[in-house]
Design a protein around this ligand. Structure first.
Ligand SMILES: [Zn+2]
Length: 75
């Protein structure tokens, strides 16, 4: 079974088979499996989106640099 971490505080989650719930050892928050899965997906998505943002910004910087250089050469 994989170890899950609390999306709230990053603490380790303990699975309770009796209640089928995950309890955070650090902050005591309780998560159902579905809730945990959704939070995890949201988190992964937000990480991927910020990576994409970073790449876009880099591309823009390169284009700006390239255009600046080109106009210098032309003038
Ligand atoms: Zn926690």
């Amino acid at each position: 079974m994989p170890t899950y971490y609390c999306p709230d505080c990053g603490g380790e989650l303990k699975y309770e088979p009796a209640t089928k719930l995950y309890i955070c050892k650090a902050c005591g928050r309780v998560y159902g499996f579905e809730e945990l899965k959704l939070t995890r997906e949201r988190f992964l998505k937000s990480v991927m989106e910020s990576e994409e943002e970073k790449r876009k910004r880099q591309r823009r910087e390169i284009v700006k640099w390239w255009l600046g250089k080109k106009s210098e050469e032309e003038s």
